[in-house]
Write a protein of this length. Sequence first.
Length: 436
Amino acid sequence: MNAPYFTQKQPIKYKKGKSKGLTYRYYDPDRMVLGKRMEDQLRFAVCYWHSFCWTGTDPFGGDTFMRPWQAADTMENARMKADAAFEMFELLGVPFFSFHDRDIAPEGATLAESNKNVRAIGEVFARKMEKAKVRLLWGTANLFSNRRFMAGAATNPDPEVFAYAAAQVKNVLELTHELGGENYVLWGGREGYETLLNTDIKRELDQLGRFLTMVVEHKNKIGFKGTILIEPKPKEPTKHQYDYDVASIFGMLKAFNLEDQVKINIEQNHAILAGHTFEHELALAAGLGILGSIDINRGDYLLGWDTDQFAMNIPEMALACYTIFKAGGLGTGGFNFDAKVRRQSIEPDDLLIAHAASMDACARGLLIAEKMIDDGALADFVAERYSGWDTREGKAILAGKRSLDDLSASVLKKGVEPQPKSGKQEYLERLLNDYL
Ligand code: XUL
Ligand code: CO
């Protein structure tokens, strides 16, 4: 590699307000926000795949980035890629990174060879992590690129493919554990179907349940203390994916008795592909007690696919941060940049600019959320709206102490209509704008 890879030489620093060079204008790692350092609240991670593996292709055009290590998928280039990656982690000063096994090292002719390649780069990481003080937010296995997984991994009709996927997860889960990873992610890239004409949904769901259970069993066996996370996505690459959204995953976890063992990694772009807002998915996961981590990015509202743009929309970040931090934050999770620069942003420095700009947008979102939480006006309104449920009668209904007979008798006895109250949406929207 032509080291250094970026023209930026010094780590990007916080400097309030506009300035000429590349600075953080809002991301101030040491600033205390909601009781913790900003860095410890946001826990940013750079993802390996979009920043260092993606070549800039689209369905009609080929590579645009031409990174030096992308010329061939060799171990030598994998080492060069690791050099560039850690150079960027240090320039950004991010506390974490994340990877798939196939991002970091070439796939070999056999699983043994592939595992060996992954482990060799794992050793490179271990050395670099010590020096760079960068930690691993999560590792994951790529169970979707190779043609063996064209009909899924855990949900494949062929148990030999299921076994192969299991073997691959074992290797990456163990490597994640050895590197001190704080989570392990499962994204079911092809855990779904193209046509029901060739698909047995019941069997596929049972297979998926068994697979997830095996992952949890192995985590406990090796003593991995991190969180197992599932990342929902409704479609793409398959037409329908079983891990569609937070609600479908919660149903699956309940069915497999895993709701206390597994949490959710929510991606903004996946939420909107599912027809939800990001904050809907965050609020539901938080409410169900399974909010684990987020893939921070942005989908295009006019395009029906996963554009994975860098998150820059401050009002959206504010609502997301409000939802996350009023629920107590992300625990072992973090803000993982599952985001790629546009294919015309071909300069290596564009990667730095994109991350820095999005980190600033997230920081602004967090600071606005802090005002919203500290002020408490929104939360007070909601609490008042539901206050009837805090009365003796409201509590008795929820505690199962009232039947349909009881409620019918009491309504008939009272003989009065419940009085509708304003939902005050526009008042609340103005209140929100005041914080922005
Ligand atoms: C795909 C996606 C993945 C997962 C990890 O849409 O988001 O990159 O985050 O496999
Ligand atoms: Co993702």
